[in-house]
Design a protein around this ligand. Structure first.
Ligand code: ZN
Ligand code: ZN
Length: 213
């Protein structure tokens, strides 16, 4: 598996390109902004884009979908619990005073336990709400595309509309139980690993908790 990314837009969001080198098929995860850069990344990979997978529907993760869809009309995958956020994309953007092009409706609903594939690579879909109600992580052996669930040294915000701190705690406990060698590709900031975060992230070590109990 090959993972490439670009850090894009006002929120410095990481948009990932996952390529199966065997079949040369690819998916874009969270095309957040700067569609031209992402299109260039796909072209440079030499792979065929099959789909757009979304960890959640905050505007910094969906802002380049419309532009990418004009280059390749590939299906969009989203958990239905984030549909309300998705539909309010333009409204979210107006709050921040950002230019935003509303993407077309999602094509496929993601659910807990789904297996999604790019070429010969299978990923388990984990529904990990908290930061957003329909937040998912894409997990396969050794790797997690985790969106805004877990960052190097931090976690996603839980004070946003439709966030839920208590469910965030449960979701973090779930991914903290993944094998420690699992690489984490987060929605913002540098890549890390479950082992590294379990050892040092104050939200996983118990130094800081989303919900005290
Ligand atoms: Zn987010
Ligand atoms: Zn984000």
């Amino acid at each position: 598996m090959k993972v490439d990314w670009r850090t894009v837009g006002a929120f410095q969001e990481n948009s990932y390109l996952v390529v199966d080198p065997v079949t040369r098929r690819a998916v874009l995860v969270d095309p957040g902004a700067e569609a031209e850069q992402l299109i260039e990344m796909v072209r440079a990979s030499g792979a065929t884009l099959d789909a757009i997978w979304l960890t959640h529907a905050h505007i910094d993760h969906i802002g380049a979908i419309a532009g990418v869809k004009r280059a390749w009309d590939v299906p969009i995958y989203l958990h239905p619990a984030d549909q309300p956020l998705y539909e309010r994309g333009a409204m979210q953007a107006a709050v921040y005073g950002l230019a935003f092009e509303q993407p077309p409706a999602p094509d496929h609903e993601l659910a807990e336990g789904d297996v999604v594939s790019v070429g010969s690579l299978d990923f388990d879909v984990l529904h990990v709400p908290g930061h957003a109600p329909g937040h998912v992580a894409f997990v396969r052996q050794g790797c997690m595309l985790g969106g805004d669930l877990l960052f190097a040294g931090s976690i996603g915000r839980t004070d946003l509309p439709l966030s839920d701190p208590e469910r965030m705690t449960e979701s973090l406990e779930r991914v903290a139980a993944l094998p420690e060698e699992t690489l984490v590709y987060p929605g913002h900031g540098p890549a890390t690993s479950i082992g590294q975060e379990r050892a040092t992230n104050p939200f996983l070590t118990g130094v800081a908790r989303v919900v005290r109990r």
